[in-house]
Design a protein around this ligand. Structure first.
Ligand SMILES: O=C(O)CCC(=O)C(=O)O
Ligand SMILES: [Fe+2]
Length: 180
């Protein structure tokens, strides 16, 4: 994905994402029991994932929705991601948003429930705890200055625990948020 933005393989190898020894993984196993009144509750509230990316497997039952911004055709709305058998969904998380200096957007998503049991497995890929992730210099160069301050994965999770979906705004270079 970063190569598609013009980052060379050589440059990529020098970044935390290009060095597999600096990548850390985590996993969520999610179970959404069948519900007789699925319109009354959500399986997971709207959130972004904090990692670089999340690779998601669903058991064939739809439920994942992503927020699609207003366009010429429709206002902002939740769109259901089809649960295509034997496929994975790749969600962009906060740290890839930061690393790409905002070129790849973190996706706000939520999970609805239905009258059928749903299972999902999300694998998150992020940096080792001591690695600070900031915009790649190639992408935050002449045409656009860096938008975000470097942050570690645990540091970002701590900010998210206080500010939730406003966390990336807090690490913007022009923000005056001070980490507690
Ligand atoms: O169950 C899903 O489809 C999504 C799960 C999810 O967003 C998460 O575990 O962060
Ligand atoms: Fe998620």
């Amino acid at each position: 994905m970063l190569l598609s933005l013009g980052v060379s393989e050589e440059e990529l190898c020098q970044t935390p994402i290009g060095d597999s020894s600096k990548v850390k993984t985590a996993m969520h196993l999610n179970s959404y029991p069948a519900c007789t009144n699925p319109d009354w509750v959500l399986g997971l509230p709207p959130h972004t994932d904090s990692a670089y990316v999340a690779i998601l497997y669903q058991n064939g039952v739809p439920g994942l929705q992503v927020l699609r911004c207003k366009d010429d055709i429709s206002p902002t709305r939740w769109v259901t991601v089809p649960a295509v058998p034997n496929t994975f969904v790749v969600n962009i998380g906060d740290l890839l948003h930061v690393l790409s200096n905002g070129r790849f957007h973190n996706v706000l998503h939520r999970v609805t429930i239905s009258k059928i049991n749903r299972l999902s497995c999300a694998c998150f890929f992020g940096p080792q705890a001591d690695v600070k992730v900031g915009p790649l210099s190639k992408l935050a160069g002449l045409e656009q200055s860096p938008l975000y301050r470097p942050v570690t994965w645990p540091g970002l999770k701590k900010i998210r625990s206080v500010l939730h979906d406003k966390a990336l705004q807090a690490i913007k270079i022009d923000s005056n948020y001070i980490e507690g």
